[in-house]
Write a protein that binds this ligand. Structure first.
Ligand SMILES: [Cu+2]
Length: 187
């Protein structure tokens, strides 16, 4: 598995970056790459599991955040989760920590004046980065999303994985149940 990760990352990077590198990726703006193995908070440094029944220690997350000309593409790949299960996932404001709440709220491009934000006008997959996924029968998933904006002075710090799919209705928009894991990402 350890040997496979660089190959996997290399393949995904090549697939993501090569075809559009000259056209869409501005000079000097980096693709943020995170590859991390989930661990319990006592030993984790980059990817934390807060619920080992839903994210086993040793599971792997890969996140690629690519600034395009007027948009941002984020890709999340996971290995070693529960097979055939849907998880919620979003970009959150701060890096992960020992507590699931350390990552803060969702990063919003246009910040909802009313927090916590559960208004679909702000808590939606164009104003936030949503990466919900369903694992295959081997516990793997690959998902990506493009939002029509780029990070400026405020940048997200992590991708948080939740126990449930993300709700979209008023009063619940953006919520996805307990936070079961977190990967620190330098967006
Ligand atoms: Cu979230």
């Amino acid at each position: 598995m350890k040997r496979l990760i660089p190959l996997f990352v290399g393949g995904v990077l090549a697939a993501m970056v090569t075809p559009t590198a000259s056209a869409d990726v501005p000079q000097g703006s980096g693709v943020a790459v995170t590859v991390a193995r989930f661990a319990t908070p006592d030993t984790a440094t980059k990817a934390y599991t807060y619920d080992t029944a839903l994210i086993a220690p040793g599971a792997v997350a890969l996140v690629l955040a690519t600034p395009l000309r007027r948009s941002t593409k984020t890709l999340l790949s996971v290995h070693g989760l529960i097979p055939n299960r849907t998880y919620g996932a979003h970009a959150h404001q701060r890096p992960c920590g020992a507590l699931a709440t350390d990552a803060g709220a969702h990063h919003q491009h246009v910040v909802d004046p009313s927090q916590p934000s559960v208004d679909p006008a702000y808590a939606n997959p164009e104003n936030e980065i949503w990466l919900d996924f369903t694992t295959d029968d081997r516990g793997r998933a690959l998902v990506d999303t493009v939002v029509p904006w780029r990070f400026a002075d405020r940048r997200a710090g992590s991708v948080v994985i939740h126990a449930q799919p993300t709700a979209t209705e008023p009063g619940k928009a953006g919520t996805a149940g307990p936070r079961v894991g977190c990967a620190t990402v330098k967006f």
